[in-house]
Design a protein around this ligand. Structure first.
Ligand SMILES: Cc1ncc(COP(=O)(O)O)c(C=O)c1O
Length: 364
């Protein structure tokens, strides 16, 4: 039996290990800015909701409690501008990474089908295509793709790794193109709450989708917004036909969000105060790192949103990684996200204030 793993790209993070060791040898310790994992506390109201739901002996449902579905539809209407979303327009998932990786399989895609995603992208879009034997295709402008055989189109705004935000018109043009060609559009919007110099817009905003969910699904996650990466809490909002099919498959597959996490999600989506507080922390870290990188000869491109600065010294990314590792700072090489990133590094600002301050001192 051929190993499925042989279809997958080599897990690139192993290549960073020697640089991690170099950075860790710094007298004042490593500043790890290589991964976008939250480091600040889980909001108290969310923890309380989790604890209150700790006595959950029965199986949870894949579709979630009615209270969770109300929270998802309410948030989508309030925060995304989605028009009158119903319970059939929402579906919880167990963190968005599993969904990204297994969506093409769950949609029944395979050999002969194509899955498209941005040229510079979160690596799991490609993984998802490869897991089911579909053909991964990258794009610069999705409306220039060959629609023949193209079954699934990924958008990611704000983007990981570049922090780029797609504007309303660009999104609307892409939705129209996808509908015209019968291509299902999934929009990964997990950084939507983290706009700095731009106001990210959802694909579900009526200016973009015309108020109809046809052929369009938005992917949202609480990992970044609410420091809940450890809880695995994410959800889909969009086309009821597509979500109904996924619900059926995911029921058979047992892909349930744990009941305490469902309760925690309701609490998290009902509160904007912790989101504003977390944004303020990130804004300060971002500003400090940006200034320090620029004074060290870096140029920052895009980065108007998300948790990353997309930075270059106009040299091969591994030279930059090595140079920063010598100063005890670990960043992600841009080629992890596609060859087009070969002269960039991705600098995450998910480190504590104390560690960010250490990095700023070392860069200065
Ligand atoms: C673009 C993008 N999508 C999805 C994810 C997965 O997030 P989670 O599985 O925590 O919801 C990430 C995580 O970094 C990401 O950057």
């Amino acid at each position: 039996m051929a190993a499925v793993s042989s279809r997958l790209p080599v897990f690139p993070w192993d290549k960073l290990e020697p640089f991690k060791a170099t950075a860790a040898a710094h007298a004042d310790g490593i500043v790890d800015l290589s991964v976008g994992t939250p480091v600040d506390p889980v909001p108290e109201i969310v923890r309380q909701a989790l604890v209150d739901a700790a006595d959950s002996p029965g199986y949870p449902t894949v579709w979630g409690t009615p209270a969770l579905r109300d929270a998802l539809t309410g948030w989508a209407a309030r925060r995304l501008g989605a028009v009158d979303p119903q319970h059939t327009n929402v579906l919880p998932v167990v963190g968005s990474k599993e969904l990204v990786a297994w969506l093409p399989t769950q949609l029944g895609l395979g050999a002969g089908d194509a899955v498209a995603y941005p040229r510079l992208a979160y690596p799991t879009y490609e993984v998802g295509a490869r897991l089911c034997g579909a053909t991964p295709v990258v794009y610069d402008d999705p409306t220039e793709l060959d629609p023949r055989g193209l079954r699934l189109l990924w958008l990611n705004s704000p983007s990981n790794p570049t922090g780029r935000v797609l504007g309303r018109e660009e999104l609307a043009r892409t939705v129209a193109w996808a509908r015209e060609h019968g291509v299902l559009l999934f929009s990964d919007e997990c950084y939507l709450e983290l706009g700095w110099e731009a106001e990210p817009v959802s694909v579900l905003h009526p200016d973009v989708c015309g108020g109809s969910y046809e052929g369009v699904v938005a992917v949202h996650s609480l990992s970044k917004r609410s420091n809940l990466a450890g809880y695995r809490a994410a959800f889909l909002v969009g086309d009821a036909g597509v979500l109904g099919e996924l619900l059926t498959i995911r029921k058979h597959g047992g892909m349930m969000t744990p009941a305490p996490v469902q309760a925690a999600t309701v609490a998290a989506l009902g509160d904007d105060v912790h989101v504003a507080g977390q944004r303020a922390r990130y804004a300060a870290r971002r500003a400090a790192l940006r200034t320090a990188l620029e004074s060290d000869g870096f140029r920052i491109e895009h980065s108007e949103a998300s948790l990353y600065l997309w930075a270059t010294r106009d040299e091969p990314c591994w030279d930059t990684v090595a140079r920063l590792a010598e100063r005890g700072i670990l960043v992600a090489p841009g080629d992890f996200y596609g060859e087009a990133g070969a002269r960039f590094v991705r600098v995450a600002f998910t480190a504590t204030d104390e560690r960010v301050e250490a990095a700023v001192k070392r860069l200065g």
